[in-house]
Each structure stands twice: as structure tokens, then as C-alpha cells.
Ligand binder design. Structure first.
Ligand SMILES: [Zn+2]
Length: 88
């Protein structure tokens, strides 16, 4: 499932929802790994680039490799994000 094409002009990735270890759903590009902590951040093109060692996205939220998974439709429902124009 993906929401939009990566806004970076040099990248052809897709922006996908993922579930972090804390349970919070964030948006991440599947190519360049830019992360948008919230939908508002995506709309405002305010991305973060998580990196070692803490892979922090926001307070209490990280995307350390191996700790997150791509979100399912159910995850989006729980997160209150199921009303968006998801593409598959
Ligand atoms: Zn990207």
C-alpha cells in the first residue's frame, strides 16, 4: 500500500505507511528512506532522515532496522488513517 510518489525530485520511490515498534504509524519512502512522522509533515514536506545509532523519527519513535513492518489496512484503521487515498 502506498500513498504517493516520493516528493524528492531525484527519487522514484513510493511513500508507504509503516508500523514502528512503539505502535505509531509513520510514512516512509521505500527508496530513499525519508520518513514523515505524521500526515501533516508529509503535506508540508517536512521529512526526517533517521540514522544510526538511534534511528529516531520523533520522541519515543524510531525506525531501527528490524523493528518495524509495513502497515496493513487494519493498522491504518486503528491509526485513523484508513480514509486516505491509499493505492495498491
Ligand atoms: Zn524517496
Amino acid at each position: 500500500m502506498w500513498l504517493d510518489e516520493c516528493p524528492s525530485f531525484w527519487d522514484e520511490g513510493r511513500v508507504r505507511p509503516l508500523v514502528t515498534e512503539s505502535g505509531k504509524v509513520v510514512l516512509m519512502c521505500d527508496s530513499c528512506c525519508a520518513v514523515w512522522p505524521t500526515l501533516s509533515d508529509f503535506k508540508e514536506m517536512e521529512h526526517v532522515e533517521p540514522d544510526e545509532p538511534d534511528w529516531a523519527v520523533a520522541a519515543g519513535v524510531h525506525v531501527r532496522p528490524g523493528t518495524f513492518r509495513w502497515a496493513s489496512e487494519r493498522d491504518l484503521e486503528v491509526a485513523g488513517m484508513s480514509g486516505l487515498a491509499w493505492r495498491s
